[in-house]
Design a protein around this ligand. Structure first.
Ligand code: GDD
Ligand code: MG
Length: 329
């Protein structure tokens, strides 16, 4: 049984002010279709698998059916990032489904049609090798917001993974690119049994043990927030990479819009009621209550949502995370 697990419990802080704690990015739309990133993800994966689960934290569970009416909603006891969430999903699905193999997909991605056949290959490799399988993308820049994979032996359909390095500093990222490492696409395939076996060797072991005895709440309360990348993928040897030749982007920060959307003749990407005069290479987004005029500026990101305005150079959009942190304090 092939099962998609769509990760839809993140907050998406770097898309502030479009995203907020009660309106995370998976529920937002960034194109003319008006369809949310989550609903587009469901549409993409339901053709590939037998059943679709959407995995989220309790705060967002009520909003999921609106975006994914036919999916089963799986709610982890507490938002503790993707490590605990994916361990929880593996544990629950192993109890509920017959001989499952999972395709775990984020809900913040932009991909093309080749995704389906590549995902099918990942499912096959996970089933046949019992390894944790991740998709690898050929990098185009020294991004610091992704994981990097050092490919090992070539097995035709997949590579062994000789090293996994999550969110490196700029110097390391440049070195990885130079040495032909891949980006971790954040799309994974594994059987629940393989994932849980590996998790038992890591900092997530106490959580697996708590789940084994039916103590979900206690297990989550006692575990630190950690992504699957740091908790398991950087630690395990049982990992394989399926190279993915496809258009791929993570719509995690404002600069991604410039990469995935068509620009006007001056290089601007705009959504909502926006007027540009002599503006170049800007990303400008206004909600339905806002109007933005940009005159004589270049390489700026300007976003206005709910009476909150963000202005940041395109080169610094990763720093929007700091804005959200300071506002929280
Ligand atoms: N259920 C649940 N619970 N989902 C979560 C949680 C949580 O606590 N936290 C995040 N998610 C969801 C997000 O909504 C998103 O769909 C997905 O998990 C990935 O989380 P991100 O926060 O977007 O991760 P990232 O982009 O920083 O890094 C990951 O993806 C990169 C590629 O897009 C890593 O896997 C990197 O290695 C990878 O390169
Ligand atoms: Mg992401």
């Amino acid at each position: 049984m092939e099962i998609a697990v769509i990760l839809a419990g993140g907050v998406g802080t770097r898309l502030y002010p479009a995203s907020s704690a009660d309106r995370p990015k998976q529920f937002l739309s960034f194109d003319e279709s008006g369809r949310s990133l989550l609903s587009r993800t469901v549409e993409r994966v339901e053709k590939i698998v037998d059943t679709v689960y959407v995995l989220t934290r309790p705060e967002y569970a009520d909003q999921i059916p609106e975006h994914a009416p036919h999916a089963t909603v799986l709610t982890e006891p507490e938002g503790k990032d993707t490590g605990p969430a994916l361990v929880y999903a593996a544990h629950r699905i192993r109890e509920r489904e017959d001989d499952p193999v999972l395709l775990c997909v984020p809900s913040d991605h932009h991909v093309d049609r080749s995704f389906a056949s590549i995902a099918e290959r990942a499912l096959r490799v996970a089933r046949e090798t019992d390894q944790l399988v991740t998709l690898g993308i050929e990098p185009t820049r020294a991004a610091t917001e992704y994981g990097y994979i050092k490919p090992g032996e070539d097995h035709g359909e997949y590579y062994d993974v000789a090293g996994f390095y999550e969110k490196p500093d700029p110097g390391a990222a440049a070195r990885y690119i130079y040495n032909d490492f891949y980006w971790n696409a954040g799309v994974f395939s594994w059987t629940p049994t393989s994932l849980l076996e590996e998790a038992r060797e890591t900092e997530l072991a106490p959580l697996v043990e708590a789940l084994d005895v039916g103590e979900e709440q206690r297990g989550f309360a006692a575990i630190d927030s950690v992504s699957i990348d740091y908790a398991i993928l950087e630690e395990t040897d049982e990992i394989a990479m399926v190279p993915a030749e496809m258009t791929w982007d993570d719509l995690g920060s404002w600069d991604a819009l410039q990469r995935v959307h068509e620009t006007d003749e001056d290089g601007n990407v705009t959504t909502g009621d926006v007027l540009t005069i002599d503006a170049e290479d800007c990303v400008i987004a206004a909600d339905e209550t806002s109007h933005i005029s940009a005159v004589g500026v270049s390489n700026l990101t300007i976003a206005a949502y709910d009476g909150r305005v963000l202005v940041v150079p395109n080169t610094d959009t990763q720093r929007v995370r700091d804005v959200v942190e300071q506002l929280r304090e």
